[in-house]
Design a protein around this ligand. Sequence first.
Ligand SMILES: Nc1ncnc2c1ncn2[C@@H]1O[C@H](COP(=O)(O)OP(=O)(O)O)[C@@H](O)[C@H]1O
Ligand SMILES: [Mg+2]
Length: 415
Amino acid sequence: MPARVLIADASEDMRATLRELLELESNIEVVDETDDGSEVTALIGPLRVDIVLLDIDLSGADAITLTERITTQYPTCGVIITSPAADPERMRAAMQAGASDYLVKPLSGPELTGSIERIYQRLARVKTAVLPGGEEVTLPSKTVSVYSPQGGVGKSMLAVNLGVCLAQESGKNTVLVDLNLQFGDVDLMLNIMPERTIAAIIPRLNQLDADLMESFLTTHPASGLKVLVAPTRPEYADTITVFVVEKILQVLRERYTYIVVDTPSVLQDTTLTALDHSDLILLLTALDLLALHNTKIALEMMQKLRYSEDKVRLVLNRSNADVGISVEDVEEALDYPITAFIPSDGRVAVTSVNEGEPFVLSHPHTQIAQSIRRIAYLVMGREEEFSPEVALEAREESARRARRGILEILFGSAQ
Ligand SMILES: Nc1ncnc2c1ncn2[C@@H]1O[C@H](COP(=O)(O)OP(=O)(O)O)[C@@H](O)[C@H]1O
Ligand SMILES: [Mg+2]
């Protein structure tokens, strides 16, 4: 298979030259080009990019930060930095960020193709080494944390319904991790009876791999969502350290495309670890002054941690509540755009909790369910495909298929 290369370069001429050079090689395929650094990570997964040719002066993102993000998020994707000068400082920074090579422009054909070849072969060895039997890599995977500094604002409601929705509609392996280590409640909200919780991992931590991890997960039968449930007793919480959380998230990435993390409002170190490891943080807020005040502080903290605006998305819950604060007031007060809205629906939300059935399943046609489904499409990077009707049709179609499946099992295949 040819190496799939993405050209990310500020100069149009340079992109054309590189494309010409690379297209001469039968074992290299240029899959796309861009001049916008902010676009690069989003292209890697869908285009199955093996190597990014990254101009150090690309606009839209700092090339070093971008390199670090790519190599962490896509360990089997290589980055070659191209630069107008051999600047030792930047070279060192690039290598530390995980770049595979640093080439100085103007580039010669053999130098460039030689570098791509070498890196591609090395990455191929990494892929087969990590994956027994040389299976296709299931990465990229996406970790999404639902966080709010405020309790009772709807984090678990969002995490549970989002997890179920992703499991159903993406057709990809999806897992929900309850990091409310003292008072986790997603098992109640999903009405599942876990045999084991996150606490059971501790004595087996050294052997923990993707296979062993499965034995700690509980399946939600209606959606196929896997759940790592919080400890049954609050005193176990202390045994779950930052290291444990890191290891769990890392191992889950090997098998799960979507990892949804429900967090407590207290910003303990394990919560911060999850936020650090997340590709996306859904920062949940509400139309009340206390929530807004706390959200502002959380946003400032995340900016200090250098989380990008792409990573931290503000979600307004109970957005239609009539409380004398408008959506515009919120955006202005927080100086941050709101990405998604969830309307208030006490009847549906509360019945759903009481009955242990997520409302995206029990009341799929309601606005509150549709608002979560829209967030799921955003997480999948398929926002443009979202229309409530399409989503419903897809759901009904899969239900029909499921029924047909059962009929076929019962009565033999269709005549
Ligand atoms: N949009 C909403 N409309 C109505 N009730 C909601 C909404 N969001 C959350 N709730 C209710 O608020 C309560 C607290 O939500 P929960 O998800 O447990 O909050 P958190 O996890 O942030 O502490 C639950 O009873 C939930 O059903
Ligand atoms: Mg909660």
